[in-house]
Design a protein. Structure first.
Length: 720
C-alpha cells in the first residue's frame, strides 16, 4: 500500500552547536593552556588555544633557538670537539678556551634554556618527575661539571650543555610549526566575524562592535555583509553563502524563520534577523573550540609517554650514578674520566623525542582534518577511529538527504511527462506540505515554467484539488482517487512497485481522467554508495539503523548493499542496538544527525555527528563531519590510520633509540672496542632523535594527497 503522502513527515538536519569541556595537556614539560606563565615560560606553558598567542609563543621559541644557535656555534668551535673536527685553534685572547666557552654558553643555559630549568623547578615542587626535569638534569649536569673543571683545569663540556638546549629548542620549534597550519586556520576563522554589526534598538539603527551584540538584538544585514552572530530571520529574503560550515559553495536561500550562521556572507537581499547565539555560543566559535580541544588533548600513546617520564628521570640519573661508580671503583679510572662517561649517559638518556612523539602527529592530523571539514574532538578519538570494526549509520540525514525529493514522473494518459509535471507542480504551489515543496522544487530543477492555480483545496490526509490553466487537477493517494471513482488501471501496479522501492507515489488525475503519477522519496546521497563500498573493502561491517518502516529501510539497504538493517527503531532503542554489536566483540562507530541518535552516539566507541552539528551532536559525538558527506567518514579513517602510524613510528624510534644509546654513552663498549661518546656527541645524538620525530610528524601532511584525490574533497571550514 502506498504511503499517505499528506501524513508523511521526514526529519531535517539542524545546524546549531554547543560547547564541550576543554582538557589541557602537557608534554615534554610543555603546558598548552590559557593560564601559563607567558612571560618566563615557567614550566613551558604555551597557550596554543588562541592562534595569536600561539604565534607569539612560536616566535619566542624561534627567537630563543636562534640566539642559542648563534652562541652555541662559537662554544663548539672553542671546544675540544670543534678543535678535533676543524683542526684549527681559535685565539683565546689570554682568557683560555674554557672561560670563553663559559661566556658564550651561560646565556644559552640561563636564558634560552630557562624554560626547562623553571619547568623542572615547578615539577619538583609538585613532587613530579617529568620531561623538563630530565632535560634540566642533562643540561645542568654538563654545565655545572664544566664549571668545576674550569676551576680545576681540563676539558669542559659547555658545548654539550649548549647543544642540548639548542637542539631541544629546535625540536619544540618544529612541533609548534607542525601546529601552525591549524592555528592559521583558526585565525582565518576568527577573521570571518565582522568587527562591527548594525542593530536596531528602540527603532534606531546603531553600528556597534560585533562583540556587543546581545541575544534578542534585531540585526540588519545588507548585501555583502558578513553575519556577526547566529540568529533567525525575521523579515526579508536573501541568499547566504554558508560554505564555512557546509563546505558547499552554493548559496542558501533564507526566509523568515530560517537560521543564519555567524561568519557566513550575505550575497543578495536585505534581511533582519534576531540574534540567538552570540560570542562563544555561536556555531563559528564552537568550530574553533572543537579544533582547539583536539590540539590540546592527549592521545593514549602520549599519556603513556607522560607517565613513563618519571621512570626515565630515574633511569637517566641512575644510569649516570651507576656509570660513575662502575668506572671509578671498578674500572679504576680518574674521577674526571668517570664523570665524563656518567654525564654522557645522563645527556643521552633525555628522550625529549618521547615527549614530542605523539603531540606532533596529533597536531598535524587534527589540522588536516579541520581543513577537510572533519572536526575531531580529541587526540584519543583521532587514534581510536582507526580501530573500529563496525559502523552503524542512521538512514535519514546520513545516508539520505533528510528531506523529500522528486524521483519519478510516470505518464499514463494523454498528457506527456513534462506537461504532467508542469500541471502537478503548478497545482502544488499552493501547498506548504514538504512533499508538495519537493514536487515544485523538482519541476524548477528541470527548468519547467509553472503556472498559477486559480483554485486550490487541500483534502486532509489525502491530497489536493486545484485548477491550473482551466484544467481540473486531482493529486493524492489511492484513497482520494477511490473517493472520486477514478480507475487506476496499470498505474496501480506502477505505484505498488514504487512503494516497494521505498518511495511515496501520488496519483494524478486531469479533467476527471487518470493521467499518471509522481513519486517522492528521501533521496540517497550521491556519495553514500561509494562510502559503503569502501567500508566493505576495509573489512568494516556496515549496519543501517532507522525509525522508518521495514519496507523503506530494506529498499535503501538493498540499493546501498547493506546486509544488516535495524528498522522501525525508536530513538531510545538505538543505543541498545549499538550495545548488541559491542557485545559481539565489535568496536562500534555510530553515525547520525545527533538529535534522535544522541543516546546511540554516546553509547558507541566513536560517535560521529554528520551535518553542521546540532547541540546534542557536538556534546555527544567525538567527530563532527561538517559537509554531511558519508565519504568524510572514510577520510577520517584514512587520516586516523596515517596518524596512528606516525605515532607508533615516533614512539618506537624515541624509545629504542635512547635505550640502545645509553650503554654506548656509558662506555660499555669502550674497554673492548674503544667506542666512547663524549657528552657533546651525546647531546647531538639525543637532539637528532627529537628532530627526526618532529620531521616525521610533519611528513604526515603527505596524507593530504590521498584525501585530495578522493571524490568530493575540498577545502573545509577551517581552511576558509
Amino acid at each position: 500500500m502506498e504511503h499517505d503522502h499528506r501524513a508523511h513527515e521526514l526529519p531535517l538536519v539542524a545546524t546549531s552547536t554547543a560547547s564541550m569541556p576543554m582538557e589541557p595537556t602537557d608534554h615534554a614539560g610543555m603546558k598548552h593552556d590559557m593560564t601559563g606563565d607567558q612571560g618566563g615560560h615557567g614550566g613551558m606553558k604555551h597557550d596554543m588555544s588562541d592562534p595569536g598567542m600561539a604565534a607569539a609563543m612560536e616566535r619566542d621559541i624561534r627567537t630563543r633557538f636562534f640566539i642559542a644557535l648563534f652562541l652555541t656555534i662559537p662554544t663548539v668551535l672553542y671546544s675540544p670537539l670543534g678543535v678535533r673536527l676543524l683542526g684549527m685553534a681559535l685565539p683565546t685572547f689570554g682568557l683560555g678556551a674554557n672561560l670563553i666557552m663559559l661566556v658564550f654558553s651561560t646565556p644559552v643555559i640561563w636564558y634560552c634554556g630557562w624554560m626547562f630549568i623553571a619547568g623542572a623547578y615547578h615539577a619538583l615542587r609538585l613532587r613530579q618527575l617529568d620531561m623538563s626535569v630530565l632535560i634540566a638534569t642533562g643540561v645542568l649536569a654538563a654545565y655545572l661539571f664544566s664549571l668545576l673543571i674550569t676551576a680545576l683545569g681540563g676539558d669542559t663540556f659547555y658545548d654539550a650543555a649548549a647543544m642540548l638546549v639548542t637542539f631541544v629548542l629546535f625540536g619544540h620549534w618544529m612541533e609548534m610549526r607542525s601546529r601552525k597550519g591549524t592555528n592559521d586556520a583558526l585565525r582565518a576563522l576568527f577573521d570571518l566575524v565582522p568587527p562591527q554589526a548594525t542593530v536596531i534598538r528602540a527603532g534606531q539603527e546603531l553600528t556597534i562592535p560585533s562583540a556587543e551584540v546581545v541575544v534578542d538584538d534585531m540585526v540588519l544585514l545588507r548585501p555583502g555583509d558578513k553575519v556577526p552572530v547566529d540568529g533567525a530571520v525575521v523579515t526579508g529574503e536573501t541568499s547566504i553563502d554558508e560554505a564555512l560550515v557546509t563546505g558547499e559553495s552554493a548559496p542558501v536561500t533564507k526566509r523568515p524563520g530560517d537560521p543564519v550562521i555567524a561568519g557566513s556572507i550575505n550575497r543578495s537581499g536585505s534581511i533582519r534577523f534576531r540574534a540567538t547565539r552570540v560570542g562563544a555560543d555561536t556555531t563559528l566559535a564552537q568550530i574553533v573550540d572543537l579544533v582547539r580541544r583536539a590540539q590540546s588533548s592527549k592521545a593514549p600513546g602520549q599519556r603513556l609517554a607522560d607517565s613513563a617520564a618519571q621512570y626515565l628521570v630515574i633511569l637517566a640519573v641512575g644510569a649516570g650514578i651507576l656509570t660513575f661508580l662502575v668506572w671509578f671503583f671498578v674500572g679504576r679510572v680518574p674521577a674526571i674520566t668517570a664523570l665524563t662517561f656518567a654525564i654522557s649517559a645522563v645527556v643521552i638518556a633525555c628522550p625529549d623525542a618521547l615527549g614530542l612523539a605523539t603531540p606532533t602527529a596529533v597536531a598535524v592530523g587534527t589540522g588536516i582534518g579541520a581543513r577537510y571539514n572533519i572536526l575531531i574532538k580529541d587526540a584519543a578519538t583521532l587514534e581510536n577511529i582507526s580501530r573500529i570494526t563496525a559502523i552503524v549509520l542512521d538512514k535519514t540525514g546520513t545516508l539520505t538527504e533528510g528531506k523529500p525529493a522528486l524521483t519519478d514522473v510516470v505518464a499514463g494518459g494523454a498528457v506527456d511527462q513534462v506537461e504532467l509535471l508542469r500541471l502537478v507542480a503548478s497545482a502544488e504551489r499552493g501547498s506548504e506540505h514538504p512533499l508538495a515543496e519537493a514536487i515544485v522544487a523538482g519541476a524548477q530543477e528541470r527548468g519547467i515554467p509553472l503556472a498559477e492555480a486559480t483554485t486550490f483545496d487541500s483534502v486532509a490526509g489525502h491530497g489536493i484539488l486545484a485548477t491550473v490553466d482551466g484544467r481540473s487537477m486531482l493529486v493524492g493517494n489511492r484513497a482520494l482517487m477511490r473517493d472520486r471513482d477514478m480507475m487506476l488501471g496499470p498505474l496501480a501496479a506502477a505505484a505498488a512497485e514504487l512503494a516497494q522501492a521505498g518511495k511515496t507515489p501520488m496519483f494524478v488525475a486531469v479533467d476527471g481522467q487518470i493521467a499518471g503519477l509522481v513519486a517522492v522519496a528521501d533521496r540517497i546521497k550521491p556519495s553514500a554508495k561509494q562510502a559503503l563500498a569502501e567500508f566493505k573493502r576495509l573489512g568494516i561491517e556496515a549496519v543501517m539503523i532507522t525509525g522508518d518502516n521495514e519496507r523503506t529501510a530494506q529498499a535503501v539497504a538493498h540499493e546501498l548493499g547493506i546486509d544488516r538493517v535495524f528498522a522501525e527503531v525508536l530513538p531510545a532503542d538505538k543505543a541498545r542496538h549499538v550495545q548488541e554489536l559491542q557485545r559481539e566483540g565489535k568496536r562500534v562507530a555510530m553515525v547520525g544527525d545527533g538529535v534522535n541518535d544522541a543516546p546511540a552516539l554516546a553509547q558507541a566507541d566513536i560517535g560521529i555527528a554528520i551535518g553542521a552539528g546540532t547541540d546534542v551532536a557536538i556534546e555527544t559525538a567525538n567527530v563532527v563531519l561538517m559537509k554531511s558527506d558519508p565519504l568524510d567518514i572514510i577520510r577520517a579513517l584514512v587520516l586516523s590510520k596515517a596518524t596512528v602510524r606516525k605515532m607508533k613510528q615516533n614512539l618506537a624510534w624515541a624509545s629504542v633509540y635512547n635505550i640502545l644509546a645509553i650503554p654506548v654513552a656509558a662506555g660499555v663498549f669502550y674497554p673492548s672496542f674503544g667506542i666512547a661518546l663524549a657528552p657533546e656527541w651525546s647531546a647531538l645524538l639525543m637532539s637528532l632523535s627529537s628532530i627526526i620525530v618532529a620531521v616525521n610528524a610533519v611528513l604526515l601532511k603527505r596524507v593530504e594527497r590521498v584525501l585530495r584525490v578522493m571524490p568530493g574533497a575540498g577545502s573545509g571550514a577551517a581552511a576558509r
